[in-house]
Write a protein that binds this ligand. Structure first.
Ligand code: ACO
Length: 328
């Protein structure tokens, strides 16, 4: 039986650390306000690496972990909402940087849910038999999307990239459910205004309207309400459809937007918070990169054993959300 599994993970975060106290010198905020409301203590901000640069380093780490050469890749997907260019895609830039010359490469946009949407797309290609080796990356440089004068948003985000090599292979034991098993994905465009960032395409030559770049804007409380309702709902649906018990899941890797959101999801699912690993304290919300960075940290720390059942779940602008069940 063919299975589709994560064969390797990698990540890359910028070296530069910006603490909450550093931010309190730029905007009217405090370490106490940020920590108590979000769980964030510091974030990484890029000085030189672009979105593609961070993504390429994460990709190289994932390829090393999977013991795979870049030339073996057939598909490179980058989930990002902060590319350097409208075109070429970040995925094509990454392809050039890592030498993945036999792959097709393109970007996909689903904000903070992006990595799951890209994983879902790669899974469909591998499951259909179109490709056997894919690279899925979540990469965002949120520091260029936020208004550094707006304390209600700039304190929340950070930069980074995470990657996973996805491979279709013959299962060693056909009786054991292995690899990526089930997805639940969702979108609700009626909530588009809750979390937005305007691109340059809002101009109009004939109407004499100049294009303007906007900043990220967010109705924080609406996002909070949406997340604490939708994430437990979609995880429950995922487990029910896959006929899997929540108690059997070793770890729930949630999008790292806010400690309190994760705490509330754990409570609603009636599960101990220890099953919800977090790194938000160190990186803030890295948008599409948060789930693959967390997965890579777990993988490298030796916390994952073969046969462990994991749920990855994200939510973000769109509105979009999703969850995947996999056996490591
Ligand atoms: N420092 C100090 N005070 C601040 C700051 C700040 N950085 N930001 C806002 N405040 C003030 C506000 O001005 C307001 O003051 P007022 O009462 O005098 O008007 C007060 O703090 C409370 O503001 P709220 O926005 O009501 O604060 P809230 O308790 O809702 O917390 C937060 C805001 C943390 C954003 C919360 O709504 C939240 O976590 N929402 C979820 C959204 C999220 O995580 N988004 C991340 C991106 S989206 C994604 O990843 C999908």
């Amino acid at each position: 039986m063919w299975i589709t599994k994560i064969a390797g993970t990698g990540s890359c975060v910028p070296e530069k650390i910006i603490t909450n106290n550093d931010l309190s010198e730029i905007v009217d905020t405090s370490d106490e306000w940020i920590r108590s409301r979000t769980g964030i203590g510091e974030r990484r901000i890029t000085e030189e690496l672009t979105t593609a640069g961070l993504a390429a380093k994460a990709a190289q780490n994932a390829l090393l972990d999977a013991d795979m050469k870049a030339e073996d890749l057939e598909l490179i997907l980058v989930a990002t909402s902060s590319p350097e260019h409208f075109f070429p895609s970040v995925a094509c830039e990454v392809q050039g940087m890592i030498g993945g010359k036999n792959a097709i490469a393109y970007d996909l946009s689903a904000a903070c849910s992006g990595f799951l949407f890209a994983l879902n797309t790669a899974y469909a290609f591998l499951k259909s038999g179109s490709y056997k080796n894919a690279l899925v990356i979540g990469a965002d440089v949120m520091s260029k999307m936020v208004n550094w004068k707006d304390r209600s948003t700039c304190v929340l985000f950070g930069d980074g990239a995470g990657a996973a090599v996805i491979r279709a292979e013959m299962a060693e034991d056909a009786g054991m459910p292995e690899g990526i098993r089930h997805f639940i994905m969702g979108s609700d465009g009626s909530g588009a205004g809750v979390l937005t960032c305007t691109a340059r395409s809002n101009g109009n030559f004939l109407l004499g309207k100049e294009s303007q770049m906007g900043y990220l804007s967010m109705n924080g409380q609406e996002v909070f309400k949406f997340a604490v309702k939708k994430v437990p709902e979609c995880i429950s649906q995922l487990l029910s459809e896959a006929d899997e018990k929540k108690e059997e899941i070793s770890y729930f890797l949630l999008h790292q937007a806010n400690y309190r959101i994760i705490e509330s999801v754990a409570k609603r699912l009636k599960l101990p918070l220890e099953r919800f690993p977090m790194n938000i304290e160190h990186y803030g919300n890295t948008s599409g990169a948060s789930i693959p960075i967390l997965l890579d940290e777990l993988n490298r720390s030796g916390l994952l054993s073969r046969g462990d059942k994991l749920v990855l779940s994200g939510f973000g602008a769109g509105l979009t959300w999703g969850a995947v069940l996999l056996t490591w």
